[in-house]
Write a protein that binds this ligand. Structure first.
Ligand code: MIC
Ligand code: SF4
Length: 639
């Protein structure tokens, strides 16, 4: 039987297991990326593994998230990361260079390679035909140490693209349509693979915008084939020698297929507070907007900013709103400047920021109280912008600029003729500040600021587990609920005792205090628990507070892997109706836990205030060893 592109790349990198859907496999990782907010912890973990130099083909350490330096903490972390890169043989991309995923497209990504990144939007690289997967920092640290990356062999969801996008409709609307149809859980357990005649109508950056936003479907990753457009893009980046053609075999079989006729799409928008709350722009048109932000790893390539600049030629930004541009990279900024389009943006009234994540993760740019903010970002989870009860809508650059002009949500087709623009045959590289690895970094001193706390130690689980339900949550709880980000909390990413004070603070401000007082704890939840970010802090910080068990209806992929890595038992209800039996403060017992972990049974008994229910323990034998050891680092040290 023929293979899909994803299956071909997996087969070429398989080092453990068999490619049977639903079974665990281990794959070789060619390349890694980290960003600063997850990177500090990933490198503390890498140091704990004790390898003198990264063993990958190439590894890049980016600083793109924590850019606001309101005290010493972020600046200290930047210097720590630079010294780590120099010591252990990594490329280093300093603050101001741009977002990891955009720079990976421009300067590093190649078709057919595997990339593991400590950020959930790593699949952006799938626009180039890369198998690019997001994971927790510890998994990335293991990959840098030359160890395989383990994942459940996903099913393949074929997305057949036909037709051609109409003026004022762009790649962003393709994924908004998929989110509308499939929801934020629709991709769990799948790789989304794009095929069909519509593929050739999309440039690499359009494709990357789609594979990036595909993270919101909960998919393991998303990818496109590598074709002539891929070759052309690499050529424009002076990297044509890395091009290989990659296509699915004629007789490849997809586990599911969904078709999108791009000609029939119209501008779409995700309403507060979930990326799948999608309607046509025309349905919410007329609402007053106070802020429009164009940027983020979803939509800040040169193409995206050019369409905005060209639309603003001889137009002005509405006086009642703040219109802000967060360029994806220094390369984008430099090319825009060389083409003269920065001037158009400045003249029209845009606020132009340094390249980076910024407001996308609440690092500044919080919107005003009770006002609408339109963003070309991938996430609008509640409070993520930094403002309580925020009203963030997610849309394309075209819809964003239409609102910037009119001051209201506006169908961009109302603006008249679509602007014409062309992309450079050769981009200015904009990579002068990317520091290559040192030949020998063994003498480099690691610079640690006072905010960098040592990695906490965790004990293996007892034979009979006893604890208390510390919190009961609903469906689709995000990692932003569990471990919020934002300008106040993000600088604590390298200090687990300090950041743990904020665990679940969005839902219940007393959580961390109660957890510390009540001893071993359990958190109960609904479907798709832990969707969103790859931040392992959403497992590590609760574990530090004594959360040792999670019992939910279903888990998001990366979060479940992070729970296991830090020795938290990931259980699901055998009968989802049992969710109703659980209440906060209930007493929980799991008798014979170590015996069960040491065996191969995939169900166990959980006593809730003395009443017994059955829970599923859906983990591999490797996971069992890790859980028995109290986490991956303990396990790795003992092996
Ligand atoms: C996000 O978009 O949520 C982040 C911030 O980039 C996270 C990583 C983090 O929390 O540091 C992600 O997507 O994994
Ligand atoms: Fe940065 Fe936002 Fe992309 Fe996350 S989603 S990497 S915060 S730009």
């Amino acid at each position: 039987m023929g293979m899909t592109v994803a299956e071909k790349i997996l087969a070429a990198h398989l080092v453990e297991g068999e490619m049977i859907k639903g079974k665990e496999i281990g794959i070789r990782i060619d390349r890694t990326l980290t960003q600063d907010a997850t990177g500090t912890m990933a490198y503390l973990e890498f140091e704990a593994i004790g390898i003198p130099r990264v063993k990958t083909e190439s590894s890049v350490c980016y600083v793109d998230h924590n850019l606001v330096q309101s005290d010493f903490k972020n600046a200290d972390d930047h210097r720590f990361l630079q010294s780590i890169a120099r010591r252990y043989g990594l490329f280093f991309s300093p603050p101001g260079n741009g977002i990891s995923h955009q720079i990976n497209l421009e300067r590093f990504g190649l078709p057919g390679k595997t990339l593991l990144g400590s950020d959930s939007h790593t699949p952006t690289g799938g626009g180039l035909g890369m198998l690019a997967i997001g994971a927790g920092g510890l998994d990335v640290a293991m990959a840098m140490a030359g160890k395989p990356f383990y994942l459940i062999m996903p099913q393949i969801y074929g997305v057949k693209l036909t037709g051609k996008l109409q003026p004022w409709v762009s790649a962003r609307d393709v994924l908004l349509e998929l989110l509308r149809r499939l929801t934020v859980k629709g991709g769990v357990g799948y790789i989304m693979e794009y095929f069909g005649p519509g593929v050739k109508e999309l440039s690499v950056t359009d494709r990357a915008s789609i594979t990036n936003f595909g993270a919101e479907l909960g998919a393991t990753t998303s990818l496109f084939p590598s074709d002539e457009n891929t070759g052309k893009f690499l050529e424009s980046q002076d990297r044509a020698d890395g091009w290989v053609e990659l296509a699915a075999d004629e007789d490849a079989e997809y586990d599911k297929i969904i078709e999108i006729d791009m000609s029939s799409l119209e501008p779409l928008i995700a309403c507060p507070t979930s990326p799948d709350n999608v309607v046509k722009v025309s349905e919410v048109a007329g609402k007053t907007v106070s802020q429009v932000l164009v940027g983020s790893c979803s939509n800040s390539s040169l193409r995206d900013l050019l369409v905005v600049a060209k639309t603003l030629e001889s137009r002005e930004v509405n006086l009642d709103l703040s219109f802000e541009i967060n360029p994806g990279s220094r390369q984008v900024l430099e090319n825009m400047a060389a083409m003269g389009d920065i001037q158009t943006l400045i003249h029209a009234g845009a606020r132009i920021h340094q390249a980076g994540c910024l407001g996308c993760i609440g690092m500044g740019q919080a919107p005003a109280t009770n006002t609408i903010s339109l963003r070309t970002f991938p996430r609008n989870f509640p409070g993520r912008s930094g403002t309580k009860n925020d009203q963030v809508y997610l849309c394309s650059p075209e819809t964003a600029v239409a609102a910037a002009i009119t001051g209201k949500i506006t169908d961009p087709r109302k603006l008249g003729e679509y602007p014409s623009f062309s992309l450079p045959e050769k981009y200015l590289p904009g990579d002068a500040r990317i520091e290559p690895p040192q030949a020998d970094g063994s003498d480099v001193e690691i610079i640690r600021g006072p905010n960098i706390a040592p990695f906490p130690e965790f004990k293996p689980p007892p034979e009979n587990w006893q604890g208390t339900v510390l919190l009961k949550t609903g469906d689709n709880v995000t990692t932003d609920h569990i471990m919020p980000a934002g300008a106040q909390i993000l600088p604590l990413r390298s200090n687990i005792p300090a950041i743990s004070e904020f665990v679940f603070s969005q839902i219940d401000e007393t959580f961390s205090k109660r957890a510390k007082e009540q001893g071993p704890g359990m958190v109960a939840g609904g479907e798709n628990y832990g969707q969103g970010s790859s931040r392992e802090h959403a497992a590590l910080a609760p574990r530090y507070l004594g959360v040792e068990v999670k019992l939910v209806k279903s888990f998001a992929r990366i979060h479940k892997a992070n729970l296991i890595n830090f020795g938290i038992l990931p259980l699901t209800f055998a009968d989802p109706a049992d969710y109703d039996l659980i209440e906060q403060d209930a007493k929980i017992e799991i008798p014979g836990l170590r015996r069960i972990l040491a065996g191969d049974g995939n169900q166990l008994e959980v006593k809730i205030n003395g009443e017994t229910i059955t829970a599923n323990l859906d983990v591999s034998s490797r996971h069992r060893q890790i859980l028995l050891a109290g986490g991956l680092l303990n396990w790795a040290r003992g092996n």
